[in-house]
Design a protein around this ligand. Structure first.
Ligand code: PLP
Length: 408
């Protein structure tokens, strides 16, 4: 089914492009997928959607690909969990975590890549290549395996080992590069002609945004078609933030939202890699490459983003901000958040916890504002950063229970 897509539109200059052909970038910049929202309003409503299966494909009219046509591992409709204990620790009375750690391949990359692979399959693209900070490669490898496509993954050599293994096990041809993700991106781009693959880099094909958009659709549905006051999102390539902002605009135009107000969007980065924050603070629309990028939050170690202006436009339009947090505080925030909530909080989301606290202290986030943090992946994917030296118990000697419990 062709669905309700009318055309693709250049995000930089509004040029319209055909949706029934393979498209990549226009003038080096990403494309929006546009829909006939009037026709969608006639066809479907929130009550119909409420009766469907709990996956992201329940919103199929608002997606480029139908549920029937999808290459799927059951992604979507992740829990929206209240975080009362963490909230009170940082001064927020209405804090929520959208827990994406429970998705296939352990991160929210499964939304974007599930969608992009579904569309690649429709267009008969059989050889796919991706530069990755880790999780995007893992997700592409999994969906590629599911549909029998050939997948090539290029990742920095210090990418978390779990990502290396998951790509390899899913049959992707996986390579370690002694550089950063932008170096991997160049290798993929320059190989398009000779290797004959399709470049699956973030935002270089139009459909990943549509997969990530479902985070915004779910959030609206889970809150009864009302949106929160603030969203904190760990920002690398920015696909999710851009996608959610698009989702809110589409829902508003459909008339499905019960309130007019849209959330303030906060793009969160580590001070070890903060190109978007720097551009935001300098009042720029495009971000310069962040030299020497380094953070344990691998998913946001993205020194340059092709959709930088889309992130910055959304953040500014929403009345939010781009916020950086101290790299050295991130792993402490991981264990603090997990020990308070039991949620598998990844370093990227822990950066958002730190940012929330900073915004509360600054007075930019009020105690009673409904705030959502996106937990974009599972902490189990970061064995290197989370490594711990646990105390030992020796089977050969009497156990000193008073010492090990602290109870005299
Ligand atoms: C990719 C990734 C991010 C950044 O997502 P973008 O939408 O590209 O900004 C954040 N967290 C994790 C765990 C990721 O894998």
């Amino acid at each position: 089914m062709a669905g309700f897509v009318t055309h693709l539109e250049s995000a930089i200059d509004g040029t319209k492009l055909a949706a029934d052909e393979v498209q990549t970038l226009h003038e080096g910049r990403p494309l929006w997928v546009r829909y006939d929202l009037d026709a969608i309003r006639e066809r479907v409503n929130p009550e119909t959607i409420a009766r469907r299966s709990p996956t992201m494909w329940r919103y199929e009219e608002l997606l480029p690909c139908s549920a029937a046509e999808a290459v799927t591992l059951g992604e979507g409709m992740t829990p929206l969990l209240s975080a009362t204990r963490l909230g009170s620790a940082i001064g927020l009375n209405d804090l929520w975590i959208k827990d994406e750690s429970q998705l296939p391949t352990g991160s929210f990359k499964s939304r974007g890549l599930g969608m992009a692979v579904s569309m690649a399959a429709r267009f008969g693209l059989r050889r796919l290549a991706i530069p990755t900070a880790g999780n995007a490669g893992g997700a592409l490898a999994a969906y590629g395996a599911r549909v029998g496509a050939e997948v090539f993954v290029f990742m920095p050599e210090d990418t978390p080992v779990i990502n290396q293994i998951e790509c390899h096990l899913a049959g992707a041809k996986t390579f370690l590069v002694n550089g950063l993700i932008n170096d991997c991106g160049r290798i993929v781009r320059e190989g398009v002609e000779s290797a004959g693959w399709f470049d699956f880099s973030t935002l270089k094909e139009p459909y990943r945004i549509e997969g990530k958009k479902t985070m915004g659709l779910e959030l609206a549905e889970q809150f009864g078609w009302e949106l929160p006051d603030a969203i904190l999102y760990p920002t690398g390539g920015g696909t999710g933030l851009i996608g959610m902002w698009k989702a809110f605009a589409e829902l508003q135009e459909l008339g499905w939202l019960r309130t007019k107000k849209k959330p303030r969007m906060f793009a969160v980065q580590s001070d070890g890699c903060a190109p978007i924050v720097r551009a935001f603070e300098n009042g720029e629309r495009f971000a310069e490459v962040f030299e020497g990028a380094a953070t344990c939050a691998a998913g946001i170690r993205v020194p340059v983003a092709v959709g930088d202006f889309m992130i910055l436009d959304a953040v500014r339009e929403s009345g939010g901000a781009a916020v950086s947090v101290c790299e050295d505080d991130i792993m402490g925030a991981v264990s603090r958040a997990i020990s308070l909530e039991g949620i598998s909080v990844c370093p990227e989301a822990a950066a958002c916890v730190l940012a929330a606290k900073k915004l509360v202290v600054d007075g930019r986030l009020k105690a009673d504002e409904r705030t959502v943090i996106f937990n974009t992946g599972a902490v189990q994917k970061y064995p290197e950063c989370a490594a711990v030296d646990l105390p030992r118990v020796d089977v050969g000697t009497a156990v000193d229970y008073a010492a090990l419990t602290g109870i005299a």
